[in-house]
Design a protein around this ligand. Structure first.
Ligand code: 5GP
Length: 194
């Protein structure tokens, strides 16, 4: 998505530790009309799938997941929660996710009420790096007996392993922008040409 690449080039800040900050439109302040355009693009990319629910992980995935849901006939959005306790409960599906930006492992949960075997799920998230968050969400859908129809990512860091792992596992993964390299010294970002 060319407009996204331009926006990242203009507003993105490359931080030390291989982290891109896009707080001006996605991760802190939300540019609603721009997220709406990205939601429209996800609808175009996944239009051949029958999707009845969108799954994401708190907090940064929620905005883009909600805007995307508007383009799929207002399907419900479920966001997996980062749990403070690791108490196993019969009412919850649990998985463990290593957090890329906070260097810790979270117990991530979804209530069994909101995921089930009839669900055809589009997973949405803001970033894809090593793939831990997405693999955790796939695990939750599998536990519920549902089907992962596709995975939509706003920004994939293509030089990290997540995208390859998920594509090799056979999932339909679409990223609106794929970064091939970024330099925290000069701030330069290079996008994959597709
Ligand atoms: P993964 O689990 O694929 O290693 O990392 C993806 C998760 O970590 C995303 O949910 C996102 O919140 C966070 N993340 C990974 N890389 C970045 C980055 O460069 N910038 C920001 N803002 N978040 C990132």
């Amino acid at each position: 998505m060319k407009a996204l690449e331009e926006k990242i080039k203009k507003e993105g800040i490359v931080k030390k530790g291989n982290v891109l900050k896009v707080d001006s439109f996605l991760n802190h302040q939300i540019d609603v009309s721009f997220l709406d355009k990205m939601g429209d693009e996800f609808q175009r990319l996944f239009q051949e799938h029958k999707i009845n629910k969108i799954l994401t992980i708190e907090a940064s995935g929620i905005g883009i997941a909600v805007m995307t849901a508007r383009h799929f006939g207002d399907v419900p959005v479920v966001f997996a929660k980062k749990s403070k306790t690791s108490n196993i409960s019969d009412d919850l599906y649990h998985t463990r996710v290593d957090s890329y930006t906070h260097q810790k492992t979270n117990d991530v949960v979804v209530s069994k009420q909101y995921l089930n075997e009839n669900d055809h799920i589009l997973i949405i998230d803001d970033f894809l790096a090593n793939g831990c968050a997405i693999l955790g969400l796939i695990d939750l859908v599998k536990q519920a007996g549902g089907t992962v129809e596709g995975i939509g990512i706003v920004i994939e860091k293509g030089y990290q392993a997540g995208g390859r792992k998920i594509r090799e596992a056979g999932y339909h993964l679409e990223s609106l922008a794929i970064i091939d390299s970024m330099d925290d010294e000069c701030g330069q970002i290079t996008f994959r040409q597709v």
